[in-house]
Design a protein. Structure first.
Length: 492
């Protein structure tokens, strides 16, 4: 059984999807899906343990050795992210029953869970596979399922948000496929480990540079890097709350994983950063994204949309860390992948509680909620403090490493701009605090109760995690540092 863990990580959610269709009954499906997610989470923990003991795990499908056959390759980087995705998914599903009952007809919920499990399958498949074309296939599985989940929102604008994401996502997927096709044309292989060896012989050709450019733009569109982020705000704002939590915490993180995997493991650090102006591109776009998206967030009236723009800003921090081009910067990126998922999971789950009681997340309706829904609002505020980077929260740890990486390169003006980004975060978080704690409730909002425990408990699991991993960084920082060393060890 141990040797089959890599394929089980993907097979469990994949098989769960059609079984949901057979079960039909929404309540039964919910418990079954939660059980499948717990199993996937356990498998991810076992995979990390196996990687720590035995090193990189290689699993060949059907007994066909690579590069002819398809292989799954698990190292510290994807084992780390497999735990992130499965843990976020499992805790999020604990709140799904109450949230979906409020936002969606029961007849639709089974289809939502099917889409959810297919999306999870795609994300886990991207992380596990060692085949470049399989990355594209699993990316499309997760994307199509994401479009479906977003379209199931109870606001008619969710259909437009889904369509917008579909168009932008298809363009991104096309660019990625062109890039993979050009790589295959030059090397005759799709296995990423084999690609890394064969690209060395042809890396100076225009075709390889073109392949890299197409692939880079396609992935940046999928991860919503500014200014390719236009699909994200509406997708997060109008999707069902559970879909928003799941996608905000996982989808963009997996897209950044793809970027890391191809830059470091396939093309190699020297090609990516020495032969191309990647540092200038990533640092510039990351900085502009941090500042511009934060400024736009300040003026939003829909709080889910506000935090969606905040996500664009936080993606800028991750890309900036990658663009710095040193191990500390890459450690900061890997840390922020994990930490940002915890922040946004806490915030968007708490917002699911607000939607449950109020029916919307317009900021004017937050008046007085600090007293009426103290635990819910406390979760949002603590998540906001983590976004700002207040000490003892995970956000502080990420930004500390990022500033250290910038100072290692002597880039103190950029470090100052990172701090400006934190000040802008204070501005949009303060807008929520001011309305919730310092304004009287609206006349029609006098009797709101606290969010139900089924939503509040999972939200506070993420809140506690924000503090725990902000104080004890041995797991996150230690694993991120080892992974950064591993990736820089694959330098050509």
């Amino acid at each position: 059984m141990i040797q089959h863990l890599p394929i089980l990580q993907v097979i469990i959610p994949l098989l769960a999807a059609p079984i949901c269709f057979i079960l039909r009954e929404a309540k039964l499906v919910r418990w079954f899906v939660l059980l499948a997610n717990i199993m996937a989470f356990v498998v991810s923990i076992m995979l990390l343990q196996q990687v720590n003991v035995h090193g990189t795990l290689v699993y060949t499908l059907g007994g066909w050795e690579a590069p002819i056959g398809i292989e799954y390759r698990i190292d510290e980087l994807n084992a780390y992210l497999l735990i992130l995705v499965t843990s976020i998914s499992t805790v999020t599903l604990m709140a799904a029953g109450s949230s979906l009952n409020k936002e969606m007809k029961e007849s639709k919920q089974t289809y939502f869970y099917i889409a959810y499990m297919l999306c999870l399958t795609g994300l886990l498949g991207i992380l596990a596979t060692g085949d470049a074309f399989n990355v594209f296939v699993f990316l499309e599985i997760s994307s199509l399922a994401s479009y479906t989940m977003i379209a199931m929102g109870n606001d008619r604008r969710s259909l437009w948000a889904s369509y917008q994401y579909l168009i932008m996502g298809t363009i991104g997927a096309t660019f990625i496929l062109i890039g993979i096709g050009l790589m295959y044309m030059m090397t005759g292989t799709l296995n990423m480990h084999d690609l890394a060896e064969r690209l060395v012989e042809v890396e100076q050709t225009k075709t390889v540079f073109t392949a890299f450019a197409f692939f880079l733009v396609g992935v940046c569109l999928k991860l919503a890097l500014f200014p390719l982020h236009l699909w994200l705000p509406n997708a997060y704002a109008y999707a069902p709350s559970i879909a928003t939590v799941f996608l905000a915490a996982t989808a963009t993180k997996v897209a950044i994983y793809i970027l890391l995997r191809f830059i470091f493991s396939v093309y190699g650090f020297e090609f990516s950063f020495s032969h191309l102006p990647l540092t200038e591109i990533l640092v510039s776009l990351g900085l502009v994204g941090i500042i511009a998206a934060s400024i736009v967030a300040i003026y939003q009236t829909n709080v889910k949309r506000l935090f969606a723009y905040s996500s664009v800003s936080q993606i800028g921090y991750m890309i900036l860390g990658l663009g710095i081009g040193n191990k500390t910067g890459l450690t900061a990126t890997l840390l922020h992948l994990f930490n940002h998922a915890l922040m946004k999971s806490a915030i968007f789950l708490a917002l699911a509680g607000v939607v449950y009681r109020i029916g919307n997340v317009n900021i004017k309706n937050f008046a007085g909620l600090g007293r009426q829904m103290p635990w819910t609002m406390a979760a949002i505020v603590i998540g906001g403090l983590s976004l700002i980077g207040v000490p003892l929260t995970v956000g502080f740890v990420s930004k500390w490493y990022l500033v250290l990486a910038l100072l290692e390169n002597g880039w103190w003006p950029i470090a100052v701009l990172v701090l400006v980004g934190s000040l802008l975060a204070i501005a949009y978080i303060w807008r929520i605090v001011e309305v919730a704690y310092f304004k009287a409730p609206l006349q029609n909002n006098q009797s709101h109760k606290e969010a139900p425990p089924a939503i509040l408990i999972p939200a506070w699991i993420f809140v506690i995690a924000n503090f725990y991993f902000g104080i004890d960084t041995s797991f996150t920082a230690g694993l991120s540092e080892r992974t950064a060393e591993l990736l820089f060890g694959v330098v050509k």
